[in-house]
Structure formats: structure tokens, C-alpha cells
Design a protein around this ligand. Structure first.
Ligand SMILES: *[C@@H]1O[C@H](CO)[C@@H](O)[C@H](O)[C@H]1NC(C)=O
Ligand SMILES: *[C@@H]1O[C@H](CO)[C@@H](O)[C@H](O)[C@H]1NC(C)=O
Ligand SMILES: *[C@@H]1O[C@H](CO)[C@@H](O)[C@H](O)[C@H]1NC(C)=O
Length: 571
């Protein structure tokens, strides 16, 4: 206190710096601790050399599970060498918390000198951890040699068990590198649940016939993916002391159920217990539950005489992974899990954070725009069709006037009596009668226009002539002709039924005569042969009669100066 007072402002400043620095250090240490979960019991080493040693394994008394000596790892220290973990006499390269232990296993070597005497340095290895099984999926048993057989012995389901492998060859010519199928090399799968193993290689004839290229027999267990046979092995494998192999480890020789009712059950809090895969060995394993990480074999309480006041499976802070809650979210860690919530001013709509209150506004806006669009569309089309209809009506009226419709109406009313049969047709009527002026309905075409066959609504068959009159000066004459034509009533002159003036060119509707024109009958060879002189004379007389009728018998004399056979039809 006195010190700070005497050093004044400067002292206060350096204290602030110090406090900040300590805070940063503490945060860093805590963050590191949160990720590196404890593996071993308190006051126990959790590694040897660069191999991690998780409990139930341990390197000293009180640090491994005392029920089985197999969990003891001898961390051998030799001067100038890295520490080497050993299980029995075998080097350990890795221990996984999931239940595997990687070791280096010895090679069974059986060599002879040239006269067939076994050499003194031959080996027959055996596994010194009796409770661990040989991994079925990771290893295979291999014998190498040209005068060789090998045995693998062990305990399977409490009984002695033995399998063998045989390999021969007379010379090296048949050997294929990479192939291990009985020529110089033999391999077999390991049976499931095999413990307490030993193995040895033997020779039939002490390699006496193959000594020059293969003086030894070999047998070993090796990790599957670490071995591919090569013919060079026949002379060189005595130099390979060890091969990598994988052991399966588990707790005890009971199932979870049995163990849980006993005092020595090992799985800690937040973990699950599982029996070993059927047949792969006795015992059970522990595993952290989802959302937890750490060593499931550590338990809150006293273990092997050591107090341990924490479960090994600790909650994972999933929120350290920033990708867990992307976007406008905040990660909230929970015990065993986590959840993502939205940042302030946002809320969740179908797992997506959107600004608060915006969803209703958006739905409303979208709804209203869709409705107004529909209304607009309907209105537009209504106006469009209305205008179009109006335009058509206007156009019809225009044509009607242009084609002398009013004049005709007036004339028709003047001649009312004789005009009973004359009719003004509408465009719709004639359109329907000619099937919209279909080409199949065309009867003839020429300088005068086009003639269509039509059927009126009362089933009368008519000929409809689309004239070529377009000249306004001819309108009055056209109307007058119309009036005159409607008055004609002669059995040999085609009757005019009426007209339509609503189209650009007027349409005339005539009586329809079916039997073709006179021109057809006179000029067609087959038809003209049927036309006797009597008939021809009769036709000529009747034409003359009709012309005479037109000339003199109508109210207004009609002089027809252009008489053509094509205009006469045979009735
Ligand atoms: C093989 O070993 C036996 C026994 O040690 C010895 O008597 C013999 O001379 C050896 N033969 C050769 C060729 O070294
Ligand atoms: C199971 O293990 C216990 C202790 O390790 C041992 O006493 C017992 O004989 C074993 N039982 C069997 C069936 O292996
Ligand atoms: C395990 O194997 C035994 C005999 O091999 C069999 O009776 C039992 O049903 C198997 N259990 C499961 C869960 O497959």
C-alpha cells in the first residue's frame, strides 16, 4: 500500500497493465484446459514418450486399473533415448480411448545353416497381455518361406485353439510380388475373440532344398494395410524383428449389466456402456454421450485409491465452432448440447432468423400485390375486349353505310310487297353458313369474285358470292341491281335471296343449283355425248326465253350483253 502511494501515478498505471496481462493469460489457460480433457488420474502421468496413456491404462502403481495387470504400461527409460511404453515385452505405439492398442509384435523366425541345422537365434513369440484380443478386422496371420508351415495358437471361448498356414516353392520363378496365396507366402484371417496367443514357424525339410534362396521360415501377425508380399522377403525377413499389430482392449470379462451391479463398474457420468461386439471378446467398453467429450473411464469419486472429483466426459462447448450457428444467430451452449438463437431484433421463422415483425408485413405485402395485380389484369382485359367489340361493331356499321345499306333498306320498304323473300343477312349468319369461308366450300372463282356453298340455319343450301365491288360510285347502281334482281321470278333465272352489307365488300346470297354450268355440259366430252340435239335445242330456247323475260317482262328492263355458258346452270 505504501509502495503504491509512494510511486504515484506511474505505479497505478503499471498495476493496470499487470492486471490486464494476468487476465489475458488466465483466459488463454482456461481456453486450453477446456479443449484438452484430462486423460489420466490425478497425479498420474498421461503419456510416455509421444504416446498418450489414458486411464484405465497407467504407467505406475495406483495409476492403472488394478483389476488387470494388462492395463499397466511400463514406461521404460533408457539414457539418451525417448521414453518407450511397453506392454509386457512389446512396444506400444498408440492407445485409443475407443478400445484399440497398437503394438509391435515379434516375428517368429526359424532359420537353418547350409547343412540343415537350426540356428540358435530362432524365436517363438507370445503375447503377454492375456485379456486383450487380437483385432479381427485389422490384422492377418502370415507365413513366409518355401519350405514352411506355421501355427497360431491361443484361447478361444475358454478353450485352446490352433490354426495353421502352409507355403512352399521350388524356385523363385513362380513367385508373384503382392500375391500371398501359398507360393512363398501364406495368409489367413484371425478368428474372432482370440486371446493369449503364441505362434511359430516350422520347416518340413529344414530348408535343405531351398536353402540357396530361402534359408528361413517366418510367421507373424501384421496389420493388414502394412503388408504386401515381396520375393525379397524370402532372404531378408530375419532382419525384421517386429511388425505392427492391433489389439482390442476392454474392461473385465462381464457384460455391462452384470458389471453395473458390482462395485467395480468403471464407466463415468455422461457416458454409455456397451458390450463388446458379439464374439470379439469378453468385457465392456465406455463411451461419452453425444455432446460430451473426454475420457469416459474417469469417474467422479474414488478410483483405485485415488480421489477424483470430476467425470471424464465433459460437455463440449459446441459454440467454439463458429459454423454451428451461422447468419444472424448466437450460439448458446447447453450441457450436452447447444442451440442457436437469433440476435436482438430478429426471430426465427422456419429455422431462419428474420427481422422481428417482418414476416407478417412481408406476407401482407405479397398478398396485396398479388390481388392488385389480378384486379389490374382483369380490368385491362375487360377494357381491351370491350374496345375491340366496339371497334368491330363500328366497322360493320361503316361497311353497311359504305355498301349502301340505308339505300337498300329504303328501297326494300318501298317495294315491300314483292320484297318479301329478300333478306339482309348479318356477317355472323354467312360466316356460319360457309364454315368461316372454308376453302372446301369454294364453288368457283373469277373476275366477278368468289362463290361459296353455304347452308343457312333453316338448312337451305345457297351460293354466296363475294363481289369485287369496292368503288363507292358503283354503290347506287349495285343497290338498284339488287332491287331489280330480287323482283325477278323466272324458273330459269337464279333467284337472289338477299345480301350482306356489313363486310368490306358486299356479299350476295343466291339460290343454289347443283348440276353444274352449261359450259361443263357442253365442253366436257362424256357429258356432251349425253346432250342430244333435242336437249340442246330446248336449252337454247329456254335461255332465249329467260333473256326475253329479262328484257321485256320485268319492271325495269335488264339488258344482258355478256352471255357466257359458264353463267348458265342446268336445273
Ligand atoms: C551347421 O551347424 C552345425 C552345428 O552347429 C555344424 O556342425 C555344421 O558344420 C554347420 N554347417 C555349416 C555349413 O556351417
Ligand atoms: C473374470 O475376471 C475375474 C477378475 O479379473 C476373474 O477372477 C475371473 O476368473 C474371470 N472369469 C472368467 C470367466 O474369465
Ligand atoms: C452372440 O453369440 C451367441 C453364440 O455365438 C448367440 O447365442 C447370441 O445370440 C449372439 N448375440 C447377439 C446379440 O448376436
Amino acid at each position: 500500500m505504501l509502495f503504491w502511494e509512494s510511486s504515484g501515478a506511474m505505479g497505478f498505471h503499471s498495476m493496470l497493465v499487470l492486471v490486464t496481462w494476468v487476465g489475458v493469460m488466465l483466459t488463454a489457460i482456461m481456453a486450453a484446459a477446456a479443449i484438452a480433457y484430462p486423460l489420466a488420474l490425478p497425479n498420474c502421468s498421461d503419456s510416455c514418450g509421444d504416446v498418450k496413456i489414458p486411464y484405465p491404462f497407467g504407467t505406475s502403481e495406483g495409476c492403472y486399473r488394478k483389476e488387470s495387470r494388462d492395463f499397466f504400461i511400463n514406461c521404460s527409460k533408457s539414457y539418451g533415448q525417448p521414453d518407450q511404453p511397453m506392454t509386457g515385452n512389446l512396444p506400444v505405439t498408440n492407445i485409443s480411448i475407443e478400445g484399440e492398442m497398437d503394438i509391435m509384435m515379434y516375428n517368429a523366425i526359424n532359420c537353418y545353416n547350409q547343412s540343415g541345422t537350426p540356428l540358435s537365434n530362432n524365436t517363438e513369440p507370445w503375447l503377454q497381455v492375456p485379456s486383450f484380443t487380437v483385432s479381427v478386422t485389422k490384422n492377418k496371420f502370415v507365413a513366409v518361406g518355401c519350405d514352411t508351415y506355421a501355427y497360431l495358437n491361443g484361447i478361444l471361448n475358454g478353450k485352446g485353439f490352433s490354426i495353421g498356414c502352409l507355403s512352399r516353392c521350388n524356385d523363385t520363378s513362380n513367385i508373384v510380388d503382392g500375391s500371398c496365396s501359398g507360393i512363398g507366402c501364406c495368409q489367413i484371417d484371425i478368428p474372432e475373440g482370440l486371446t493369449d496367443i503364441d505362434f511359430a514357424a516350422y520347416s518340413f525339410k529344414n530348408h535343405s532344398y531351398v536353402w540357396s534362396f530361402n534359408p528361413c521360415s517366418f510367421a507373424f501377425i501384421i496389420q493388414k494395410d502394412e503388408f504386401s508380399f515381396s520375393s525379397a522377403y524370402l532372404t531378408s525377413l530375419q532382419n525384421n524383428e517386429t511388425f505392427p499389430m492391433v489389439l482390442d482392449w476392454a474392461i473385465g470379462n462381464e457384460t455391462c449389466k452384470v458389471a453395473q451391479n458390482k462395485g467395480n463398474y468403471i464407466c463415468g457420468g455422461n457416458s454409455t456402456c456397451s458390450d463388446l461386439k458379439n464374439g470379439s471378446g469378453p468385457g465392456y467398453r465406455c463411451k461419452c454421450k453425444k455432446g460430451y467429450d473426454g475420457n469416459p473411464y474417469l469417474k467422479d469419486g474414488c478410483q483405485d485409491g485415488n480421489p477424483y472429483l470430476k467425470d471424464g466426459c465433459q460437455d463440449i462447448d459446441e459454440c467454439n465452432d463458429k459454423s454451428k450457428c451461422p447468419g444472424k444467430q448466437i450460439c448458446v451452449n447447453e450441457v450436452g448440447s447447444y442451440h442457436c438463437s437469433c440476435i436482438k431484433g430478429y426471430h426465427k421463422v422456419e429455422e431462419v432468423c428474420v427481422p422481428r415483425g417482418s414476416s407478417l408485413t412481408i406476407y401482407l405485402a405479397v398478398g396485396i400485390s398479388i390481388i392488385s395485380l389480378l384486379v389490374l389484369l382483369l380490368g385491362c382485359s375487360w377494357i381491351y375486349y370491350g374496345l375491340k367489340k366496339r371497334k368491330i361493331i363500328k366497322l360493320k356499321e361503316k361497311f353497311f353505310h359504305q355498301n349502301g345499306g340505308l339505300l337498300l333498306k329504303q328501297q326494300l320498304s318501298n317495294h315491300q310487297k314483292s320484297m318479301e323473300t329478300t333478306k339482309i343477312f348479318t356477317t355472323e349468319e354467312l360466316k356460319k353458313a360457309t364454315n368461316n369461308y372454308d376453302e372446301s366450300r369454294v364453288l368457283g372463282q373469277g373476275g366477278y369474285g368468289t362463290v361459296y356453298r353455304g347452308v343457312l340455319s333453316d338448312n337451305t343450301v345457297v351460293a354466296i358470292k363475294k363481289s369485287k365491288i369496292g368503288d363507292q360510285s358503283q354503290i347506287e347502281q349495285f343497290i338498284n341491281e339488287m332491287i331489280v334482281l330480287t323482283q325477278i321470278n323466272h324458273r330459269n333465272v337464279v333467284k337472289l335471296f338477299g345480301c350482306c352489307l356489313e363486310t368490306e365488300v358486299p356479299l350476295l346470297v343466291y339460290e343454289f343449283i347443283t348440276n353444274g354450268t352449261l359450259s361443263n355440259h357442253v365442253h366436257d366430252k362424256s357429258l356432251s355425248s349425253l346432250l342430244s340435239w333435242e336437249k340442246r335445242l330446248k336449252i337454247a330456247t329456254e335461255i332465249a326465253g329467260a333473256l326475253a323475260y329479262l328484257h321485256s317482262s320485268t319492271s325495269m328492263s335488264i339488258i344482258h350483253r355478256d352471255v357466257k355458258t359458264a353463267e348458265y346452270t342446268i336445273g
